[in-house]
Design a protein around this ligand. Structure first.
Ligand code: PLP
Length: 317
């Protein structure tokens, strides 16, 4: 598999620039930062689909040929990757089918069908939806889009980090929540080129630690997948992001789902920000591992805001 470079990220920026303006980066006086010197929140939750993944979907569709687009795409996702593909397919006039695990987040499912994609529910988890999507794509002659092993998607996601390091050139660390790892991989490839002194730190839920364990082991491993944070809920490591993370990550931290819910509450109260669980995980890590960030200028990526009502109620309680 081809490993994307910062040149690919710059090309992706040209491809998606007209569709997506830069997202804001703010610091908030009331938002607790522990011993860190400063905390900035990168608001990917303000994307039109409510999550950073739309950058990758748009970059992927824009880089396909007209003939490939006409054959359509098939994706599998717990929600935000699905919305990204459905959004990009609609913009490019390509047919799109999404396989979600049964009982998906209803808001994410509604958004996918509202964007005109076909939605199929299959399997109990992401890891069961995945092979079914593969069979469907083969039957239909459509392009199967992986959740993370896609150079164009990683290059598209990397545009968030081109923006970040322009908005805050003097960061000591950036915390990125990980499911498949496209976001953290993208951060690694951009930081290496434009902000080599900034440490890229990945964050995953201890209830779904496959990417964390894969990175620690130096090979792809499977692990139980039990987090309530959909964006972090994968049971295996992915080859492409793991290769980039192996070269570029300074550290990889775990948080538990309770830390995440508390972080969601703080972001709502003190940053006026609705984060879904995955979107609050980076901020949660700042508090779960305060010593790692003492005296540092830190950015946390609020990767998404597609929270369900019950999740919002829990975070407030
Ligand atoms: C997908 C997702 C993540 C994890 O991103 P990966 O690129 O899969 O590691 C984090 N937060 C949100 C909101 C997501 O949708």
């Amino acid at each position: 598999m081809r490993i994307p470079t910062v040149t690919d990220a710059l090309r992706a920026r040209r491809l998606i620039r007209d569709a997506l303006p830069p997202t804001p980066l703010w610091s908030y006086p009331a938002l607790a930062r522990g011993p860190a010197a400063a905390v900035f929140v990168k608001h990917e939750n303000t994307q039109p689909t409510g999550a950073f993944k739309v950058r990758g979907g748009l970059a992927l569709l824009a880089s396909m040929t007209a003939e490939e687009r006409a054959r359509g795409i098939v994706g599998y996702s717990t929600g935000n990757h699905a919305q990204s593909l459905a959004y990009a397919a609609a913009r490019h006039g390509a047919p799109c089918t999404i396989v979600m695990p049964e009982r998906p987040n209803p808001g994410k499912a509604r958004a996918v069908t509202a964007l005109g994609a076909e939605l199929i529910e299959h399997g109990a988890t992401f890891d069961e939806a995945r092979p079914y999507a593969g069979r469907l794509a083969a039957e239909r002659g459509a392009r199967l889009v992986s959740a993370a092993d896609e150079p164009e998607i990683v290059a598209g996601v990397a545009t968030a980090y081109l923006e970040l390091f322009e908005q805050a050139p003097d960061l000591d660390a950036v915390l990125v929540p990980v499911g498949g790892g496209s976001g953290a991989a993208a951060a690694c490839l951009v930081a290496a080129a434009v902000a080599p002194d900034c440490r890229v730190v990945a964050v995953q839920s201890a209830a779904s630690p496959a990417a964390y364990e894969s990175w620690r082991a130096g090979r792809l491993v499977e692990r139980p997948n039990r987090t309530a944070a959909e964006g972090l809920a994968t049971g295996t490591g992915f080859a492409l992001p793991q290769a980039l993370m192996r070269a570029g990550l300074a550290d990889f931290l775990l948080v538990d789902d309770g830390d995440i819910a508390r972080a969601q509450g703080s972001l709502m109260r003190d940053a006026h920000t609705l984060a879904e669980g995955a979107g609050a995980a980076a901020y949660a890590a700042l508090h779960a591992h305060p010593d790692a960030f003492a005296g540092r200028r830190v950015a946390v990526i609020c990767t998404g805001g597609n929270a369900q009502e019950a999740e919002i109620a829990r975070a407030i309680a």
